[in-house]
Write a new protein. Structure first.
Length: 179
């Protein structure tokens, strides 16, 4: 998974609990369209952006269809990581929904391109990179696969498996919610 910004060198992965929760939300909401496909969720937190990849891999296929989202992020803002991650999930879900509604035919950029989304600037790209094969290849080549950021860069995500109410009193979609 490649970041959009050239300055994004070091990163930390989203916690496994968070990626599993996002994965479960996509499985539930796109169950009919995905069938037996495996949902793959990866995310990286950089100093200036969050990158989220939500993809699916159909049994017997090598190509994994990925909806990748990058959004600018500033760790100084309170709850910035969580709010930006929520926006990334919303954008990826919208892309996937539109993709399936258009019979898997959607003109998505293969390189990062800016799009407006609910008064936010987001960057999108579509790829067919198989995450598992990419990881295996990196390991065989001896490339560093986990460039964890060192220093005082720490973000915590509180996970709540129960549905919660948003500030406007409406419940969140899906079975799990990110807090």
């Amino acid at each position: 998974m490649q970041p959009r910004l050239k300055s994004s060198k070091k990163w930390t992965s989203l916690p496994q609990e968070v990626t599993e929760q996002i994965q479960e939300v996509f499985k539930q909401n796109f169950q009919k369209d995905l069938g037996k496909a495996q949902v793959v969720v990866e995310g990286r937190l950089y100093l200036e952006e969050i990158v989220l990849r939500v993809g699916y891999l159909e049994p017997g296929h090598l190509a994994q269809n990925n909806f990748e989202v990058s959004i600018d992020y500033s760790p100084e803002s309170e709850n910035a990581a969580l709010e930006t991650l929520h926006l990334c999930v919303d954008v990826a879900a919208s892309l996937m929904m539109e993709y399936f509604e258009n019979d898997r035919e959607l003109d998505l950029p293969e390189k990062w391109a800016e799009f407006p989304f609910d008064n936010h600037k987001v960057w999108l790209q579509f790829s067919t990179v198989n995450s598992d094969l990419e990881k295996q290849a990196n390991e065989l080549l001896g490339e560093e696969t986990d460039a964890l950021l060192q220093g005082d860069f720490e973000v915590e995500f509180e996970i709540d498996a129960e549905s919660s109410e948003d500030d406007d009193g409406e419940g969140s979609s899906g079975n799990g919610t990110l807090h």
